[in-house]
Ligand binder design. Sequence first.
Ligand code: ADP
Ligand code: MG
Length: 347
Amino acid sequence: MIEEKQPQRTPISELGEFGLIEHLTKNIELKNESTKYGVGDDCAILDFGDKETLISTDLLIENVHFDLAYVPLKHLGYKAIMVNLSDVYSMMGKATQVTVSIALSNRFPIEAVEELYEGMHLACKLYDVDLIGGDTTSSNLGLVISITSIGEIDKGKSVKRNGAKEGDLLVVSGDLGGAYMGLQVLEREKEVYKVNPNSQPDLSGYDYIMERQLKPEARKDIPKLLNELDVNPTSMIDISDGLSSEILHICKQSGVGCNVYEEKIPLDPTVISTCEEFNLDATTVALSGGEDYELLFTISASDYDKIKANPSLSVIGHMTDASAGNNLVTRAGESIQIKAQGWNHMG
Ligand code: ADP
Ligand code: MG
């Protein structure tokens, strides 16, 4: 997973800013009808016809959001795009375009930027998204990446955080906690490397959680699946900060409470075994870990039959009156108030 550094280091000055942009964007093939014009002028031109447009922006800063000591640049590029597409899918939208702005320090050779863009282009290709522009500048503070994602949706069809009703079921896609445990393993290996730079990272057996951390996949498939099943979620959010914080967003903005059942929270076996190894509680990790980029949503109880057999979806609880509070019901049957961070199962 941790790749050899590129031996070739061509300074960016060899191409200049405009040459670099041209080099990074020349092979882009536009895929979406809504993209009328992409890279190359002062603006891209988009035409969504009678659809509504969804827009979301994220900023990623070196050593705050990522650590180049263990994140290969190609993965970083891929993940940076995923994080942004996830926001569009969490409105039930179709992601169609991204813009990418980068600030580069002079320790970045062209080959490094190429690697970053390889990951971005791959993500755009696999998710049918057009890279339509951006900005390029220099930085004294390490690498900064800002991505804006744009998507489309039929008028009135977007799903916000505020529509959950008492009696609705709370559903999550995929499984949780993997990205956080992947990070724990990477950080452990970084510490080992600091002590002994000749050591090779031992990541065998951790493939699933490594992928979850380094190469997450946004859930493009879930809005499509829900449309096919004829399920209209009443609220939806993507899981970037951790399950508990996202649950609280839905509850607060919808004016409801919830009961979430610990035993229903979906966990991969690798997450459970790695938690045991690190002496961490898997439920706490799922609740507070973050970066899983799964979707959390509520549906009317009458839609339960449509989703119950689906292996990608788990019902983890239901919404209550706000006065009942936000509760986690533990395996022992105890109710504990859900907090945004730091709920401690051991305590
Ligand atoms: P301006 O002077 O108007 O900011 P630029 O020279 O920065 O124009 O950009 C020229 C074109 O290249 C524009 O279409 C812009 O969107 C695109 N672009 C600039 N930087 C990037 C980048 N890092 N990735 C993709 N496209 C970029
Ligand atoms: Mg510019």
